[in-house]
Design a protein around this ligand. Sequence first.
Ligand SMILES: C[S@@+](CC[C@H](N)C(=O)[O-])C[C@H]1O[C@@H](n2cnc3c(N)ncnc32)[C@H](O)[C@@H]1O
Length: 236
Amino acid sequence: MQLRKAAVIRAAYEHSVRFETEKMLRANMARRSQSSGRWLQEHFSDPFVQRAQAQGWRSRAVFKLEEIDLREKMVKSGAICLDLGAAPGAWSQYLHRRLGKTGRVVASDILPLTPLPGVEFVQGDFREREVFERILTVVPERQVDWVLSDMAPSMSGIDAVDQPRSMYLAELALDMAARVLKQGGGALIKVFQGAGFEALLGEARSRFAKVKLVKPAASRARSPEVYLLAKDFRLV
Ligand SMILES: C[S@@+](CC[C@H](N)C(=O)[O-])C[C@H]1O[C@@H](n2cnc3c(N)ncnc32)[C@H](O)[C@@H]1O
């Protein structure tokens, strides 16, 4: 009798655990689909998305670069630019138009890039030494005018994971800039404010005469992203 009672209690307990787990999973899925629905709604009503589509740019990110470029007088026709984290390709599209026939754009991304006329592409994970080295074989040594990085890792939503990942990409981009830029060259690197940010700024200040942070209008206010703009690279 005692045994039967225990079995009934265990079955009831297991049923309630299963029920609670299913309830949690359902709530989680509902939350996720609610937030992705909100994201889609926000995305398509975004004026930068609408303008990008109307003007034939591959992403709204183009307006971040355009604003910084025009305000800061960055790229000149005939320049050589390296665009890191280039996919889907709006920055490279913009650079190609700005640089004219005499300029050169080398783009790289872990994702494939639908070919863009006048843009050379190196595919691979920039954190891998082999990819870093492959880019070095494509860009002309010490002749690069601008290194741009819009790289961002896929976000987990956990700051302790996302911040070091994004900081690592920014550090590697700065390292690449120090390897390929010509005297007087510049870098524009996406950075997330948080742990490691001040150290990166210090590193940039030690190699460039002018360093500042810029936040273009197309960069969402709630995002911790800013762009580190470094000018006048000093060859040591
Ligand atoms: C915000 S998007 C860049 C948008 C781009 N500037 C444009 O105008 O279309 C960030 C890019 O960084 C790339 N990325 C992230 N981690 C990377 C890595 N480890 N190596 C190379 N690219 C990476 C992503 O694949 C993504 O395409």
